[in-house]
Write a protein of this length. Structure first.
Length: 82
């Protein structure tokens, strides 16, 4: 849905994202279904958990590419808080 929204409201954005090699990550795909069901039973905020999981995976991937590198800043753009 991100690509469709970008084309409708910000034409050209998808080209810029591709040129800059910006990876779009969908938080809903970050947790297995059993974890979502477990979180729901425990009355946890599922959307927050999904976003935290997605961010954790992305940050871990970036950090693993440059061992020993000191990282200080992370930018996340989304539609909910974590």
């Amino acid at each position: 849905w991100i690509e469709v929204s970008a084309e409708n409201f910000l034409p050209g954005l998808t080209d810029v994202l591709a040129e800059l090699r910006v990876q779009v990550v969908y938080a809903r795909r970050s947790l297995p279904h059993w974890k979502i069901r477990s979180a729901a039973r425990d009355n946890l905020d599922i959307f927050q958990l999904m976003k935290q999981s997605a961010m954790r995976k992305c940050i871990k991937k970036v950090y693993s590419q440059r061992p020993g590198q000191s990282w200080n800043n992370v930018l996340s753009i989304g539609d909910s808080s974590t």
